[in-house]
Design a protein around this ligand. Structure first.
Ligand code: SF4
Ligand SMILES: [Zn+2]
Length: 1166
């Protein structure tokens, strides 16, 4: 994305376009504007407020902060921000605070925020009024049911508004106007002169995207969809570094030469990765940045002061003749402040939020009506909160910069609760500070453009709604991109050209032989066949379906009150900051420490446990204060107990600043909400990966193989020659495995190994990696889960004589393979060292994303193996499951292809070493033994019982809701009793695995088995790659309605079956589960083999196991009981265990309910 020059005419065009319909305004266009290069948006500096005299007691800044790396992925809410890929991990700075001694200047006028009314459109009518079209909207205020009337005039009339749309009206409704028939309905008119309205305010569009919308409305939407990451230019890198240097100076308030030099050195060293990408040396970078940073000192001399100096001239292109303004930047509030505004439907990351003192000396004959900042008392300096944008390119007051800065004034006014009539733009090249007043006409024009963008983006959401669980097809949607502008010159130099043309061809199916861009179009797309186009269209749309889930969750932050969202398990409401908390870095297990760490506690201890929801340690969160301080800090949960949560976040939570902004007095508690954040960065990249196959000069080999399903070729196996190492690795495999390895080694394109459970996949993969490396190849090892990647690395660890690079978030990587990560290598100080660390290892291992839901059921593997059976080898000789357990998975998944590797494996059973415990349970007459049946527990423990479904219908064991989660306490007790009985009869704890699909059940099971630390409690996904002598599964769902919405998860559950070596016990309600066809089939299979054990009534009360052992089941503390029992709840457990989870084994499984793409986003190494 090279910098693009804009002519004076273009600038004027833009201004004309955004000013059209408004009153005439003379705009001075700058001399040689350049296209704004958007830059990274990552916070590199802690919140720093020069005005705060002391650091609040609860703030601790760790030395080795790596919040930037932790926030990777979370950071890029700026959809359009093309450049965050070039980021190097940043270390946050320690804020330095100096007391402020600002002389009191005139305060800004009292802030009167616009009245915001959120409405849903009920009806639309078009009418003519004095010859002009207007739209009359019947709306309903939400929440509530009050009816009102909104009249759109002038350019607002063009809004593509439809019944059901959400809008924000900014302005005051008044008594009924004559235009509305049905008086008395409060009415508002929105036109050129007055009031504003925001269409689809829940779509937060970035200010940078919107600022580029002037020439082409399609461009920001296209770049928002496909996140291209290839074009990194040196000037972009210099810009990023210079930004960071300047922010460091602002943070520390230091501008002396040696300090700046030191900052340059430091930032350049941290940017090695970026330098590598643009092929520049450290020396080049340092000298380049020195040159560019020359103006910083004079900037500080002039502008950083408590009051304006005589030479601190502020450029104002809108100033009247003779009007001179002077500027002093007196205080820094924050840097990289990320502001979300559901009022305006905008968001943005402000380079620096400053307190500026401005002195307007009006020597001219007339004042400027548009400069709101000019106060009546022209000689008194005034203090304003302002956005301060740093521009490192050559442009001066480029139109996009102005638009962006103007939008930031809106965001900051809302965030700071103060008038922000203008913003500041600092151009490092010209050493000039420009004031950008937020002029109504320009702001209005930008918001009209914003509404248009939002309307296009919403078209997809609208059609995508109402997705069913088993949706296999993609709904057709109406056009969701604005039309191309068909301007040969503009499009020819547009950085989004390739993507734009790809969508035009594949999604929009445009035939174009005549337009001014017909030639470019043909050049970019004529190689794409209709079949290839259809493939792109389908997958692109499926990706969008996944994306909508994220958007839906995201907006709950402002559309759903904290308490309501807490009931859905995605928020902690009513939290207060624990000022007594002191962060102890030594408590941290690794060097991974967060920028700012805080403890929040429930305001009232009688509230429900924090462990009840979907939020766990390691989850991404945002910290907010209702209603307006939304997500002002972002980070992760570090630790979680029933009443308190410790979070590590990217911004300081400065209670003084918070009180000022929320106008809370010193004595009342400030109430925070902590919300689960949805990481969102993956989609644009996924689309980009897909698009890369299609671009001219793109990855045609993979396009042929994956899209056109070209036949993969293999070398003749006779010609395969192995060196000594490879030969040795091959020799350790069995015949079946050797065939698989040979297939891979002879593949010219790809080979597919269908590794069935227990067949030694890990062994084969590790051996193949060894062989490939010894043959001089490089290997990328990828899997959907961290544990799968690490299991293979653990295998390689002791045999590999080559280096391995493990890429990913170190918090999620197995400690025993940390040695392969960059974090455990010496921090490189030269490009050569970095290059060596990154490029030299022949094996790179990481996680990847998967899409296999909602129509993406046909995985790439399936698709390829169906098309080319000759490319597939089965690993089907398994050494894990006994014949009964194998029979189940053979029938349910593997179409009888699996076989036992030996007779010993087939006959495997679990023998109880010591039957004394079981005997002891029955020393007196026990209700479990009747004339017709023997004790159910004894039957389960019998070594001949190898695969069994335990039917709880007669017990009964109903499930019960916990918020919108579900648990089954009776089942948990039954599972507990079996596990406990096995252990007390001599089975090793680590040979037992307990499994459920339901997160709340996992928490419950973790609690009841908390004293059995080595019993593994697993979600289906976590169980991958493990095996246990005995697996006990809790199916949970049991209700009269037959609700068991398990379809997708059931497939995963099947995989979990195959973890069991000798015994598989499945607890569940037959009645409920057989309502689902797949489960019905399973139950019939079990029935056919006589593998169903119906439990008698009250089976869970028959054995006194909990009395013997489990004090935690008896000793209920009061706080475990705080949740009220609802009378209609089917409750048949007298006691209620707390939900204290064994955190290490609880995953995000439940919330993600089969949305595997989302899951992988959460899992993603990022
Ligand atoms: S190629 Fe043309 S139509 Fe497409 S996004 Fe760029 S400027 Fe707009
Ligand atoms: Zn018994």
């Amino acid at each position: 994305m090279p910098p693009l020059a804009r002519t004076k005419e273009e600038e004027e065009d833009f201004m004309a376009s955004i000013l059209s319909d408004g009153p005439e305004i003379k705009v001075e266009a700058p001399a040689t504007p350049k296209r704004h290069l958007s830059r990274h948006t990552e916070s590199s500096c802690n919140h720093h407020s020069l005005s705060t005299p002391t650091r609040s007691a609860n703030v601790f800044t760790a030395k080795d902060v790596d919040i930037a790396e932790l926030m990777e992925g979370a950071e890029d809410w700026d959809w359009d921000d093309m450049n965050s890929d070039v980021l190097s991990p940043r270390r946050a700075r320690s804020p330095k605070k100096t007391p402020s001694a600002i002389r009191v200047v005139a305060p800004p006028p009292a802030y009167v925020p616009p009245t915001r009314t959120r409405c849903v459109v009920k009806g639309i009518e078009e009418r003519f009024s004095s010859g002009y079209l207007q739209k009359v909207l019947a709306v309903q205020v939400v929440p509530g049911d009050e009816r009102r009337c909104v009249i759109l005039q002038d350019e607002w009339v063009d809004t593509d508004i439809r019944p059901g749309d959400t809008i924000n009206v900014l302005g005051d409704f008044a008594a009924p106007a004559s235009t509305c028939k049905a008086a008395p309905v409060p009415t508002i008119t929105i036109n050129v002169q007055t009031n504003l309205f925001i269409h689809h305010p829940d779509l937060l569009i970035t200010a940078t995207a919107l600022s580029t919308a002037s020439q082409c409305r399609r461009k920001p939407i296209v770049t928002n969809l496909v996140r291209s990451s290839v074009d990194v230019t040196p000037s972009l890198v210099w810009g990023n570094i210079l930004h960071e240097v300047m922010q460091a100076c602002l943070c520390e308030g230091r501008w002396d030469g040696p300090w700046i030099e030191a900052q340059i050195d430091e930032v350049v060293k941290k940017s090695l990765g970026d330098l590598m990408r643009v092929n520049m040396s450290i020396e080049q970078a340092v000298s380049e940045i020195r040159l560019r940073a020359q103006g910083l000192r004079s900037f500080a001399d002039k502008y950083v002061a408590e009051e304006p100096k005589p030479d601190a001239v502020l450029t104002n292109t809108r100033a009247a003749t003779g009007q001179i303004s002077l500027l002093a930047i007196a205080k820094l509030h924050d840097i990289e402040e990320d502001i979300w505004s559901p009022t305006y439907g905008l968001k943005g990351k402000v380079d620096a939020s400053v307190q500026a003192i401005i002195l307007d000396t009006d020597e001219g004959p007339r004042s400027n009506p548009f400069t709101k900042a000019a106060s009546a008392s022209a000689k008194t300096p005034q203090s304003w909160t302002m956005p301060f944008e740093i521009k490192t390119g050559r442009a001066v007051a480029g139109m996009e910069h102005r638009a962006q800065t103007m939008l930031y004034t809106l965001l900051m006014a809302e965030r700071y609760g103060t008038e922000v009539p203008s913003g500041l733009l600092y151009y490092t090249r010209s050493d000039e500070v420009v004031r950008v007043p937020a002029v109504r006409n320009e702001v209005r024009a930008l918001l009209v453009a914003r509404n248009e963008m939002a309307a296009y983006m919403m078209r997809r959401m609208r059609t995508g709604g109402g997705r069913g669980d088993e949706k296999e097809h993609v709904p057709e949607v109406e056009a969701f991109l604005p039309p191309t502008i068909d301007d040969g010159w503009q499009c020819g130099k547009c950085f989004a050209l390739d993507t734009c043309m790809l969508y035009r061809k594949t999604v929009e199916n445009i035939v174009d032989t005549a337009s001014p861009i017909a030639d470019i179009y043909a050049l970019k797309t004529s190689h794409i066949t209709p079949e290839q186009g259809a493939f792109f269209k389908k997958w692109e749309a499926l990706i969008s379906l996944e994306e909508q889930d994220l958007i839906r969750f995201k907006k709950e932050l402002w559309t759903m009150g904290a308490q309501e969202r807490e009931r859905h398990g995605r928020c902690f409401s009513n939290m207060v900051l624990d000022r007594s908390y002191h962060w102890r870095p030594e408590a941290q297990t690794s060097s991974r420490i967060h920028g700012h760490t805080y403890r929040f506690i429930k305001e009232s201890l009688t509230q429900s446990s924090l462990l009840n929801g979907h939020m766990s340690s390691g989850d991404a969160i945002t910290v907010s204060i209702e209603p307006d301080l939304l997500a002002f800090a972002k980070g992760f949960i570090v630790d979680l107990t029933p009443q308190e949560v410790i979070v590590g976040v990217d911004h300081e939570i400065d209670m003084d600043a918070v009180r000022t902004r929320t106008r809370a007095n010193l004595f009342e508690d400030v109430i925070f909400r902590i919300d689960k954040d949805e990481l969102f960065s993956g989609m644009g990249r996924i689309r980009d990966n897909l698009a890369q196959l299609y671009y001219p000069g793109g990855d045609t080999k993979r396009l042929d193989l994956v899209v056109d399903l070209k036949r993969p070729e293999f070398d003749d196996i006779e010609q395969l020659t192995l060196d000594e190492t490879a030969d040795a690795a091959m020799g350790k495999l069995n015949t079946n495995q050797q065939m698989a390895a040979a297939k891979v080694l002879t593949a010219q394109d790809y080979a597919l190994i269908l590794g069935m459970p227990g067949t030694g996949k890990t062994t084969v993969i590790a051996a193949i990696i060894q062989m490939l490396v010894s043959l001089g190849k490089t290997v990328l090892l990828a899997s959907y889960t961290h544990s799968a990647v690490d299991t293979i690395l653990l295998k390689l660890k002791h045999v590999a004589d080559f280096s391995i690079l493990r890429v990913g978030n170190i918090d999620k990587i197995h400690p025993d393979v940390h040695e392969f990560t960059l974090a455990h290598r010496r921090v490189p100080t030269t490009l050569e060292q970095l290059e060596h660390q990154v490029m030299a290892p022949p094996v790179v291992a990481t996680t990847c994303l998967s899409i296999d839901q909602n129509g993406l059921e046909v995985s790439l593997f399936r698709m390829l193996s169906d098309a080319h059976p000759h490319a597939v080898v089965d690993l089907n000789e398994q050494y894990r499951m006994n014949a009964d357990i194998m029979l189940l998975s053979n029938k349910l998944i593997y179409s009888d292809r699996l076989r036992c590797g030996s007779e010993a494996v087939a006959q495997r059973s679990l023998k109880i070493p010591d039957p004394a415990f079981l005997r002891g349970l029955h020393s007196t007459a026990s209700p479990c033994q009747t004339a017709v049946s023997t004790c159910w527990l004894a039957q389960l423990l019998d070594d001949r019982c190898k695969a069994v479904f335990v039917d709880t219908d007669a017990v009964p064991a109903y499930d019960s809701p916990v918020g919108d989660l579900v648990e089954n306490r009776v089942e948990a007790r039954l599972v507990y009793q079996v596990a406990e009985c096995l252990i007390r009869s001599g089975i090793q704890q680590d040979q037992i695995g307990v499994l459920s699909l339901y997160r709340q059940q996992i928490k419950l099971l973790s609690h009841v088995l908390q004293h059995r630390k080595e019993v593994e409690i697993l979600t289906a996904d976590r169980s991958q790659g493990r095996d246990k002598e005995c697996i006990i599964i809790s199916m949970v769902r049991s209700n009269d309605e037959g609700q068991a919405n398990l379809m997708k998860d059931w497939r995963r559950m099947n995989v979990a079956f195959t973890r069991a070596r000798s015994k598989l016990i499945i607890f569940g309600s037959r009645k409920t589960l057989q309502g689902t066809p797949l489960l019905k089939e399973f139950l019939e299979l079990m029935d056919d083999h006589g593998w169903i054990l119906p439990l008698p009534r009250d089976a869970h009360e028959m054995h006194a196991i909990s009395d013997l052992t489990d004090s935690s089941m008896k000793k209920r503390s009061a706080d475990d009981m705080v949740e009220p029992f609802s009378p209609d709840r089917k409750e048949n457990t007298p006691t209620r265990p707390s939900k204290k989870g064994r955190k290490s084994v609880v995953t995000d499984e439940a919330i993600l309910k089969g949305r595997s793409l989302l899951k992988d986003l959460m899992n993603e190494s990022s």
